[in-house]
Design a protein around this ligand. Structure first.
Ligand SMILES: [Zn+2]
Length: 96
């Protein structure tokens, strides 16, 4: 049986040796960015029950250096300078 989309994302985030942005996951798995964004919180819930958590490298504004909070939300704009030139947050799954 083919692995579900969510299962493919989980496998990748368990196997990777460094946290990945949603864009990187999309490139590696050939899955649409919007679908991956939508799956992240469901994956967090399902994997929490299995004893895993997301390691999150927070996003950062490349223009003013503003640091976003570590969150599953993917920011699109800097709240301080309104730039959209952002270093995206990165994720992987680790044992809780
Ligand atoms: Zn900024």
């Amino acid at each position: 049986m083919a692995m579900s989309r969510r299962q493919k994302i989980i496998e990748l985030l368990l196997d990777t040796d460094r946290p990945l942005s949603v864009e990187e996951m999309s490139r590696i798995l050939h899955i649409d960015v919007e679908n991956i964004k939508g799956d992240l919180s469901r994956i967090a819930e399902a994997m929490h029950r299995k004893g895993y958590k997301f390691e999150i490298v927070p996003g950062r504004c490349r223009k003013c250096g503003y640091e976003f909070e570590a969150s599953l939300h993917i920011p699109s704009k800097c709240p301080r300078c309104h730039s959209q030139w952002l270093e995206p947050p990165r994720f992987r799954l680790v044992k809780a």
